[in-house]
Ligand binder design. Structure first.
Ligand SMILES: *Cc1c(COP(=O)(O)O)cnc(C)c1O
Length: 486
């Protein structure tokens, strides 16, 4: 198995070679040269596997250059009930991503797949925990070091820190906007006392943080000398790790391979749902993949019209499902590559147009860039959007009917999923965070606090360790260089 760039101009690479990198050298994203396929016989065997063994079976189709015994050990270390212990009362932590039936009537079925039982209470742990273990394993093999540098407005940064804390050869430098994250998110990150984790609170907004990361990324000499890497959502290993839970959800919701299921995915950067698309391309019998957005509806607009029009950061709304406040979906290029039958020249031209003109149009007709939108049905995609009022209504409704509290992002998913439920095809909504993370909106919807998993009761009171810094690239570079231990 080797990997190529969506833009076609990068040499073929192995899994381990792209593990620590981000973009391909030509600015594209890595994809396998061909998607590995699953057979019905394999699916039958996989039905009874534990999550860790299933993860191993899926991962080994992609990570063919990691020795099988090592990959199996990494899967078991990552997907244990000990790591994913923050389950709802009544759920079994041993299942890692337990399914819960919300609604069953007239042959229709709406289910919730819990992906947020890991250490930071959001689905990003599912992939990031694997990445932490894979990084440590690969670095140790090559006697190498890595300094992860990134910016976060909440979920990604904390998932990265909890995945990398205490890992040999790895340090994390994470920028966040000073006093702009929720008290819970701030406490989650800043209470980490591990000496390899550095939280830098920037006097500015999230965009200032991201600009600083871009400035450092463009300084190739600094990046190379300080061994700087990233863990953003385009990382291929993160996408692959997410493929596993689509298999788990399908196998848990069905009894035979002649049945289909649909998934609704609260979406921002298109990383999560891209993994669903890949599972489908591998042959998993997925009927529909429904992208749910909030008020930032770039993806919904594309799946309704064929027009992809990114927004400027000033046009991005700050919403109560903040992890989906994204105006340019960084993994979308992977899907467009497949929609265009792998025509990398056209992918390159379209994403160049995104940079220069802010988007492209595949709806066909005069002045369009192509007519592939007509083929979108072949890939099973549908979409919908949800607003703040929808989130409040949905959180209240799900609480009243089923006694389950869902977070704001999951509420966007449930709202949209209900528009697409069809008899005979179970609809699985991916639960991307637990409500405790977004308590302000839970209070607004329910007039009470969200329940907190054990161990999180008093995190705001724990001592915090962080540096405050001006939005100044020279200063952050000096800080990194002084703390990489190189
Ligand atoms: C990151 C995140 C999303 C969006 O996922 P993408 O892979 O960026 O589409 C949705 N919900 C929560 C809670 C998240 O943290």
């Amino acid at each position: 198995m080797h990997y190529v760039s969506t833009r076609g101009h990068a040499a073929a690479q192995k899994f381990s070679e792209i593990l620590l990198g981000g973009l391909a050298p030509d600015g594209g994203l890595y994809l396998p040269a061909e998607y590995p396929q699953v057979t019905g016989a394999e699916l039958d065997l996989w039905r009874s596997l534990s999550y860790a063994d299933l993860a191993y079976e899926v991962l080994r189709k992609f990570a063919t250059d990691v020795p099988a015994a090592d990959l199996k050990a990494l899967a078991h270390k990552t997907y244990s009930a000990e790591v994913y212990r923050n389950v709802r009362a009544g759920d079994d932590a041993g299942q890692i991503t337990p399914l819960r039936v919300l609604e069953e009537k007239d042959g229709s079925k709406l289910l919730l797949q819990a992906l947020s039982n890991g250490p930071t209470l959001a689905f990003k742990d599912m992939a990031m925990q694997l990445l932490g273990n894979l990084f440590e394993y690969t670095l140790a093999k090559n006697d190498a070091k890595l300094n992860i540098f990134g910016a976060t407005s909440g979920d990604t940064g904390s998932a990265a820190e909890y995945a990398m804390r205490g890992k040999k050869g790895i340090r994390v430098f994470m920028l966040s906007p000073h006093k702009k994250m929720s008290a819970f998110q701030t406490a989650q990150m800043f209470s980490l006392q591990d000496p390899n984790i550095f939280n830098i609170a920037v006097e500015g907004v999230f965009d200032d943080c991201q600009d600083m990361v871009k400035a450092v990324s463009n300084d190739h000499a600094f990046k190379a000398s300080q061994k700087i890497g990233t863990v953003n959502s385009i990382n291929w290993a993160r996408v692959v790790a997410q493929v596993v839970y689509y298999f788990r959800g399908y196998l848990s919701a069905t009894t035979g391979n002649d049945q289909k299921v649909s998934f609704t995915v609260p979406s921002g950067n298109f990383g999560n749902i891209c993994a669903g698309h890949i599972a489908r391309m591998m042959g998993l019998p997925i009927d529909k993949l429904v992208a749910a957005t909030n008020e930032n509806d770039v993806l919904d607009e594309f799946f309704r019209t064929g027009i992809y029009r990114v927004r400027k950061s000033a046009e991005t709304y700050h919403t109560s499902s903040p992890s989906m406040d994204i105006s340019k979906a960084s993994n979308f290029e992977r899907f467009i590559h497949d929609l265009l039958d792998g025509d990398s020249e056209r992918v390159r031209a379209l994403f160049h147009k995104v940079e220069t003109e802010g988007g492209f149009n595949l709806a066909g007709g005069p002045g369009s860039d192509g007519d592939e939108f007509a083929k979108i049905g072949n890939f099973g995609f549908q979409s919908g959007k949800s607003t703040h009022q929808d989130r409040l209504d949905t959180i209240r409704d799900i609480e009243q009917r089923y006694g389950v509290t869902i977070d704001t992002h999951t509420a966007d998913g449930v709202k949209v999923a209900r528009e697409y439920v069809t008899p005979g095809v179970p609809m699985i909504v991916l639960e991307t965070a637990l409500p405790a993370k977004f308590n302000e909106t839970i209070r607004e919807a329910l007039g009470r606090d969200a329940e907190r998993p054990a161990g999180f009761e008093n995190i705001e009171a724990l001592p915090q360790r962080f540096e405050v810094m001006a939005a100044d690239v020279a200063q952050v570079k000096a800080f990194i260089a002084g703390h990489t231990g190189l």
